[in-house]
Design a protein around this ligand. Structure first.
Ligand SMILES: [Zn+2]
Ligand SMILES: [Zn+2]
Length: 336
């Protein structure tokens, strides 16, 4: 474990005590001034734009996709039915900053691996009766972004537009009740990373979601009510947009829906009881300090408060520094 002097000073300034430092496996002896310290959030360099896809079958198209741009962060493999995508659900971009309606959840790495990996249908089939996100799919993910972050219905579980409600950060995401980070709008910023002809996401019905232009770079064609259309080869795809429905407006392809949720999809396992909205709070900073240690800053009426936390094996340690400077430590263990 190595954290920079700058990070350590920040932790100290925050009053981060020995309990958290010990719990997080931090050792001050390892702290060295690091003049070459990288910024906390490293943006992946834009990858080379691959040649225009010539594949005509959906599975071949899938194979060449945006997930590859996040190699090392996102792992894929497939069988005859599914593309499996493994990730920890944590994006590489700044997160949480700008949230104005906050339920006090934070981003924790998730375990979307093995039996709990994402499954994208390789050979999607157009449904006779598409499912609309206006009336269904209020639970769970409806799509998976190329960076391994799930995308939920643009309407939150109360039926409100999460973006307009101020619940989302600058990248259109926030953390759910299991401290699981996810988007509620299209991650259009991923287009620069994956290239114009690769999808920025896949809907869980198996159809790709492109950014604001057609995959050949031409202007976006007219969209149907699901934010999608058929291309010249008769293949269906969706687009991300800056206005509702932002992402796929439903499932144009056949999916299985149980209790307003598409199945199968990974399970998130909360490690602590979920919290309530914190009135008046605005998230003003979020730092990844390395070694699965994080610091979130929020303000109420201009006063700052912090949630510092770290993951060490199955143990999750939280340090809460409230507006009055009071400090509380909570520790949770993940089962299994
Ligand atoms: Zn959400
Ligand atoms: Zn299109």
């Amino acid at each position: 474990m190595k954290i920079s002097r700058r990070d350590f000073l920040r932790l100290s300034a925050l009053g981060l005590g020995s309990a958290l430092i010990t719990a997080c496996g931090m050792d001050e002896a390892l702290l060295t001034p690091d003049p070459t310290a990288q910024p906390t959030h490293t943006h992946l360099p834009p990858t080379q734009v691959p040649p225009l896809a010539t594949a005509t079958s959906p599975s071949e198209v899938l194979h060449s996709m945006g997930f590859d741009a996040f190699e090392g962060k996102v792992n894929t493999y497939q069988d005859e039915q599914y593309l499996y995508v493994e990730s920890d659900g944590m994006p590489n971009h700044p997160l949480m900053i700008g949230i104005k309606s906050w339920q006090q959840q934070v981003p924790l790495p998730q375990f979307y691996t093995g039996n709990n990996a994402w499954r994208i249908l390789l050979n999607p089939v157009i449904a006779d009766n598409p499912v609309s996100v206006k009336t269904n799919l209020y639970r769970g993910a409806i799509a998976l972004a190329a960076n391994g972050v799930p995308i939920f219905n643009a309407l939150n579980n109360r039926g409100d537009d999460a973006y307009l409600a101020g619940e989302l950060d600058e990248y259109g995401g926030h953390s759910g009740r299991a401290d699981d980070y996810h988007y509620h709008v299209a991650p259009l910023h991923l287009q620069d990373i994956v290239g114009v002809n690769s999808p920025i996401a896949f809907a869980l019905d198996g159809f790709p979601i492109y950014g604001a232009t057609e995959p050949d770079g031409s202007p976006m064609m007219t969209l149907d009510e699901f934010n999608g259309h058929f291309d010249a080869n008769g293949l269906y795809h969706y687009h991300g947009t800056n206005t509702y429905p932002y992402i796929n407006g439903g499932m144009r392809g056949i999916v299985t829906v149980q209790n307003e949720q598409i199945e199968p999809q990974p399970r998130t396992q909360p490690i602590r009881p979920h919290l309530q909205p914190l009135k008046g709070a605005i998230i003003t900073d979020f730092q990844e300090l390395g070694n699965e240690s994080y610091s979130l800053e929020y303000q109420i009426d201009g006063k700052k408060a912090y949630v510092n936390y770290c993951v060490s094996g199955n143990t999750y340690t939280f340090e809460f520094l409230d507006l009055a400077g009071n400090r509380t430590i909570e520790t949770y263990n993940r089962k299994g």
